[in-house]
Design a protein around this ligand. Sequence first.
Ligand code: ASP
Length: 317
Amino acid sequence: MKHLVSTKSISRDEAIDILDVAEDMSDVAGREVPRLPALRGKTIVNLFYEDSTRTKISFEVAAKRLSADVITFSAKGSSVSKGESLKDTAQTLAAMGADAVIVRHPASGAAEVLARSSWIDAKILNAGDGTHEHPTQALLDAFTIRRRLHGDHARGHGLDGCRVTIVGDIEHSRVARSNVWLLTTLGAHVTLVAPATLLPPSVRAWPVEVAFDLDHALAAGPDVVMMLRIQAERMHESFFPTEREYSTHWGLDDVRMRRLPGNTLVMHPGPMNRGLEISSGAADSPMSTVREQVANGVSVRMAALYLLLIGNEAEVA
Ligand code: ASP
């Protein structure tokens, strides 16, 4: 892997390899000193042009656990707010000797632009670009599902036959897109459920089933129900009449939750709009993997940084 910009180009073997290395990294997290010297001397820049809580902190923790030097750079308070272009910022980071740049940007395609440019010769990791992709979120979701399905014997497995239903604001969700490519590559069957206004027209060409009735989709007994956040900040028009109407038709509320078999996994990438797409009862239930997803995010990001910067040749000690 040269960069990690999209899950679309990741093969099944590559995906399983990343998840297996993430298993090794998660073993490291359980140690008294959860640190490896693998990236000592490497400089990793967290370049965030959009708000983030989990992803930014998670990449920072991941890089530190691998002993890299980490610089976190938020667009607010930097020269970006004075109009400095992505190119100038990239060239500045190159001059400072960045080995990897983790970029979050409101424009779809920004990470790809950096990866293809001659402005900087660092590994580029996409931490979310507009509505396009969020590959490490999909990897941590796949890791979480695989672990719940296979426990300590997860290594080497894909997600063959696993039925995943993704619900909500597909139109604006980079999480949905990255998950559709990755989960289907790993052998899962993906169904998308949303109001027609929140499905992009391109969905017809995606390797998924599409449904509009949440109760019907849940009655089919999926193994995983992944709820998506309503991305109000990306909505410049009205996509549904009222929040109440949305949560009545497409929210995972306590009533729907009670109807699900107890071994169904309930996922959400965060941040959650409690009471809108997911009730507190659902979010905090033992069936919810929300906190596991966050913990697994560190292991998966350690694996991605390790594989990009060191490659496969060295065994994780
Ligand atoms: N945190 C995820 C993202 O950055 C999901 C979300 O914001 O709804 O895309």
